[in-house]
Design a protein around this ligand. Sequence first.
Ligand SMILES: NC(=O)c1ccc[n+]([C@@H]2O[C@H](COP(=O)([O-])OP(=O)(O)OC[C@H]3O[C@@H](n4cnc5c(N)ncnc54)[C@H](O)[C@@H]3O)[C@@H](O)[C@H]2O)c1
Length: 371
Amino acid sequence: MTPTSLRYGIVGAGYFGREFARILRGIPGAKVAGVYSPGNGAELAREADCLDASTLEDLLDEIDVVIVASPNHAHLEPVVAAAARGVHVFCEKPVALTYADCDAMLSACERAGTLFMAGHVLHFMPGVERAAQLVNEGAIGEPVVGRAVRTGWEDGSRAPSWKKTRALSGGHHFHHIHELDVLQLLMGAADTATMISGQAPQAGSRTGDEDPIALATLTLPHDRYATLEWGSVHRRPEHQITLQGTEGYLTIDMHEVGVTIHTGAQTERFPLHDSYAVDAERARQNASTTSGGGVTYGDASLRPPGWLRAGMHRELEYFDGLVRGTVSSGGFWRPLTDGTAARSSIATASALTLASELRRTVVISEVTAAR
Ligand SMILES: NC(=O)c1ccc[n+]([C@@H]2O[C@H](COP(=O)([O-])OP(=O)(O)OC[C@H]3O[C@@H](n4cnc5c(N)ncnc54)[C@H](O)[C@@H]3O)[C@@H](O)[C@H]2O)c1
């Protein structure tokens, strides 16, 4: 049986928006009906044979579902407008740059009865799902200390993009929110946050006004702790998440690429992506860039690498099934659609910004209560 046609709209025809449009062509019953991307929607509209909407409203009139892939600071308006018209929403990460905006987006969708899914693609990497399952089963005992690091060397450019502009990207801890999100997925939500961030002599102006060094610590209930480090002035690249548990440890390595879990006397390794071959390909790509991969930025002229496209495909297929009611909203991916992942990652990232500005520890409820 041919599935009913669902009309999709793309907001933001850049690196990710264009790829989502290509992926949708491979999902039965999905049709890209329009694009809204001021100044550069025409090319994608031609490619997808769809409307190049001149306003957001014109797009929303033509669609059932919207994919929000505009720059980080420009997610609120399309999400709230879509909800008001009964249009379901898939929103790229970071879903918002303040907790108040995140709350407004989720509340609007909840009021309207429309789906909201956070585009946290790491949840669709098989190794992350398996790691979370093992941690939940107690394979490493109680996770006590978490550590996430995503650093590398960035050459920068003469005209740094919005991704390197603090007011538009939110800074590393928002733009690269994946590590914070996965740490909290595995350990639970933080209750306090501290961050020191700042400039570095070697950064110069070619990497924008975002702080190229960010060092964060979190405390979690029941005497548990995490540290996170982001940066783009680091000659030795690192990209991994490690959990130290009472009985073992877990490492999700995105630089050498693969997952290791040590439980009791045993060490098990499994792929992060679909196979060891895909992991090895990503590791080769990392090694071939000066940045080491972790702080590499895409733009509309590039296509995401295969390992990333596979995750994007999986998340859109899941979202499409949710909209059609053919897949269950329970299970591993529930935090992406019940607001948990969006709220907890944006609350903690916002608390980190405040902590850095005030130079003190911030209790997460200071941020969530202030909305
Ligand atoms: N999950 C991931 O791993 C991942 C990777 C890359 C990007 N992203 C996210 O996807 C989103 C888009 O990033 P990108 O890499 O495609 O950026 P990009 O700069 O390549 O594309 C952004 C597009 O949005 C358009 N745009 C600008 N302002 C707009 C507005 N107000 N309304 C509609 N469109 C607007 C721009 O013209 C551009 O075409 C961001 O939120 C980013 O964080 C996620």
